[in-house]
Structure formats: C-alpha cells, structure tokens
Design a protein around this ligand. Structure first.
Ligand code: UDP
Length: 329
C-alpha cells in the first residue's frame, strides 16, 4: 500500500523536522512545504522538500495537487514573542494570512484533516497556577494573538466545510532528536535553552535573564518545558485521532511542571558541567509571568505519555546535538 502523505508546513524548522522524522518512521510520507526563511534545508531528511511560501496560494495548491495528502500539519509560523511586540504587523500578516491560505487550499483540495500548532501564549497572563483548554484566552502579545486568530479560522471552517482539526497549544518546547540527527537552531536565536547552550559553548558572550522582579519564588518567569520528541509523538497520535474520524479537539501539550529561568540555568550547569555566562536585564515586553499546563486531556484522550520531558533529559539531548552535528549557519 502506498504510504499516506502528510503536508507538513514548516517541515524544515525545529518542531516540523522532528515531526517528519517520526511520521516517516510510522509509515507516513511527510512532504515538507517551507520557504526556508527560518528553516534549514539539511533538516529535511525524511521526505521531499517543496520550497514555497504560504502566501503564494497557487504554489500551495500545486503541492496539494501533486501529493493528495490525507492531512496537514501546520508548523510554519513566526514564533518569537519579543519580535512579535516589535513588529506586530509582520506576525498578524504572515501567521494569519499564511494559515488562511493553507486552510482554504486544504479544504479546496478535499483534505479535511488539519493539525495546528497553537500556543499557551494564547491564554495570556493569568492568575491561575495552571491552565487548561477551558481557560479563557486573552493573549498579551502579537504572537499569541495571531495564533488565537487561526484557531478561530479553524473553528469557522470546521463549521462550514467539515474541516476536522486538532489544535495543540504548546507550552515551551526544548530538547532535540534523541539520535541527534536534527535539533533546534534559529538564526537569530531567542529561545532560552539553545541560548544557554550557545553561551556555554562560547558561541555568544552571555545570556541575559529577562527580569528578576516577577511575582515568582525567585523573581524569574516560570514555564512548562516539554521535550520535542514527546511533543511530536502527540502530533502523530492527533493525526491518527483525525484519521479515525474522532473529530475536532483542542489539547494542551505540557507536563504540568513549571520551572523558572534560574532553575533552567541551574539544570544547564548541572547537565553540562559548565557555568552558563549570564547577566540580569529588564523584562522582555510580552512575557507572561507563569505558563504551566494543568490539563491531562492529551493523556486521557490520545493516550499520550511524555517520556523524555525532564529538564535534565531535554538539556542533555539538546546539548548532544548542539555540541555535535548542528547545522551550517
Ligand atoms: N528568557 C530569558 N533570556 C533570554 C531568552 C528567554 O530570560 O535570552 C526567558 C523568557 O523571558 C521566558 C523564558 O526564558 O521567561 C522562555 O523564553 P523563550 O523565548 O525560550 O520562550 P517563550 O516562553 O517566549 O515562548
């Protein structure tokens, strides 16, 4: 039997490439659609690369026509909270219009299974200790706002065109492929774990801790870190959920444990055995104090069970890839 094809937007990026590897190992053919603006050609190893931009509707249509995918996994997006506050228009335009094009193309091609990468940033800064899928969404940055808008588009298309979709609201993704074939690399880098590893490796002078005056035990922001391998396992379970006809559903993807920036710094030091050069700076605009999942819906409904999502394992896997193969910048 021919492998079922999955249209993977952003398959050259950090999470998308890990999803492609897992899809391939599970008998799917991942077709990466990517404009390589932030992704890496060498990350596309597990299926064909179709270069193109989601703003180019004709190009998107052509790829649907060529491969007749059974589903879409939509990873491609601008994803930096800080940048989204600097240039909000770019985030609203590229994230929302790109997704709208892809959603319309998918429906028009008769592909009615759609897996979407959303974010806990859609919840905003809440007083609650933990967030569930039912927590009201009030994003405080343009990144979260743009993702929330796409969730709305999916709901409307689902009502009108029977587009079944799984929305995953990610907490903070870290780690790398356990076999170190692919990993996390952004240019420029803004995410905490790779920044720490680059600072340790001497690839950047020091990392700045953004704010120590938050209302948390040590004053730094708290996040719920989930291993990229566990995260993409949830995606394949979500895909199978859709292919089994179980309908649209929203899932948080986090572990329920929160760690402060200082705790991540300590874990980095312990795992690598090296000090992390860092200084203290002001808060970054758009940062929430605390983002921790309080949901077990993915476990109960999808049978998801995170296996590598301890801080130590995530940092160890990321470090192995960072200090080993990496990508050519
Ligand atoms: N952070 C930091 N210094 C940096 C980058 C990030 O202190 O150079 C903090 C940031 O304020 C947040 C946490 O690390 O509290 C995670 O940030 P990241 O950008 O990795 O992910 P986000 O939570 O923004 O999606």
């Amino acid at each position: 039997m021919k492998d079922q094809t999955v249209f993977v937007s952003g398959g050259a990026g950090y999470i998308g490439s890990h999803a492609c590897k897992l899809l391939r190992s599970q008998g799917f053919l991942p077709v990466t659609f990517d404009n390589l603006s932030t992704g890496w050609r060498e990350a596309v190893k597990y299926g064909p690369l179709e270069e193109g931009d989601l703003m180019d509707r004709a190009r998107v249509d052509a790829v649907f026509k060529e491969y007749a995918p059974v589903a879409v996994m939509h990873f491609a997006a601008l994803s930096q909270v800080g940048e989204s506050m600097e240039v909000p228009g770019k985030y609203w335009r590229e994230n929302v219009l790109g997704a709208l094009n892809l959603i319309e193309a998918s429906v028009d091609a008769g592909c009615r299974n759609f897996v979407f990468s959303s974010t806990c940033a859609t919840y905003g800064d809440k007083d609650e200790e933990t967030l569930t899928e039912d927590t009201p969404q009030q994003p405080i940055n343009a990144y979260g706002g743009s993702k929330l808008a796409i969730e709305g588009i999916l709901r409307d298309f689902s009502a009108r065109y029977a587009l079944d979709h799984v929305i995953f609201r990610y907490f903070n993704v870290a780690g790398a492929d356990p076999e170190a074939e692919i990993g996390e690399f952004h240019q420029p880098e803004t995410h905490l774990v790779p920044l720490m590893l680059e600072a340790i490796a001497g690839k950047r002078p020091a990392l700045t801790v953004f704010g120590t005056d938050y209302d948390t035990p040590d004053g730094t922001c708290i996040r719920d870190y989930v291993h990229v391998q566990d995260l993409v396992e949830a995606h394949v379970l979500g895909l199978k959920w859709l292919l089994d006809g179980k309908g649209s559903r929203v899932f948080n993807l986090g572990t329920g444990s929160g760690f402060s920036v200082k705790q991540v710094l300590d874990a980095c030091r312990q795992v690598t055995g090296k000090d992390v050069p860092h200084d203290i700076g002001p808060r970054r605009a758009g940062d929430c104090t605390r983002l921790v999942s309080g949901s077990v819906r993915a476990e109960t409904d999808l049978g998801w069970s995170p296996k590598r999502s301890t801080l130590d394992q995530m940092i160890a896997d990321a470090w192995r890839w960072h200090s080993g193969p990496g990508y050519r910048a």
